[in-house]
Design a protein around this ligand. Structure first.
Ligand code: SME
Length: 157
């Protein structure tokens, strides 16, 4: 696939509809996990301009920072800690409209105001999470959940 991403305008839904086939194209025929995680993070950051987009991967009893776009971030997160570790423990997507109201939120940056974390499930096991942070309050909803869950399902482990 061409390396240029076509940036769509319109509603959030329309932006995802335009983005998903491009993500499929980026992933097609490429088996390398780091390359694929890096391109998915970059595509999401380019399309939506969020503050931070990246992956944490399960290594033993911790999440370890993987490919991301945005400012430097916390490297290791234990299971059940913060939004990422809670999403891992609960094996479900968590939407946090106001990070300051989430007990135990891990503030890698004080500029992050809202967050969505989507677990990467393979064979019933969480192998990592996609974490997206916005500098605006209440930036994520069920539309993001639906499409981000679809996007992470395209990544093969
Ligand atoms: N806020 C996350 C930590 C990761 S950074 O936002 C990149 C959390 O509470 O798990």
């Amino acid at each position: 696939m061409a390396e240029d991403l076509h940036i769509a305008s319109g509603t959030k839904e329309e932006q995802y509809v335009a983005l998903v086939p491009q993500v499929r194209g980026l992933l097609e025929g490429e088996p390398d996990l780091v390359a694929n995680l890096a391109n998915v993070a970059a595509a999401l950051k380019e399309q939506f301009g969020w503050f931070w987009v990246g992956f944490y991967l399960v290594k033993g009893d911790e999440l370890v920072l993987g490919p991301f776009q945005g400012p430097v971030a916390c490297t290791r997160i234990r299971k059940g800690r913060g939004v990422c570790g809670s999403s891992w423990a609960q094996e479900k997507t968590l939407i946090v409209p106001d990070v300051e109201a989430f007990p135990g939120h891990i503030a890698c940056s004080s500029l992050s105001r809202s967050e969505i974390v989507v677990p990467l499930l393979r064979g019933g096991e969480v192998v990592g999470v996609l974490d997206v942070d916005s500098a605006s309050l209440d930036a994520f909803n069920a539309v993001d959940q639906r499409w981000l869950e679809e996007i992470v399902s395209l990544i093969s482990f």
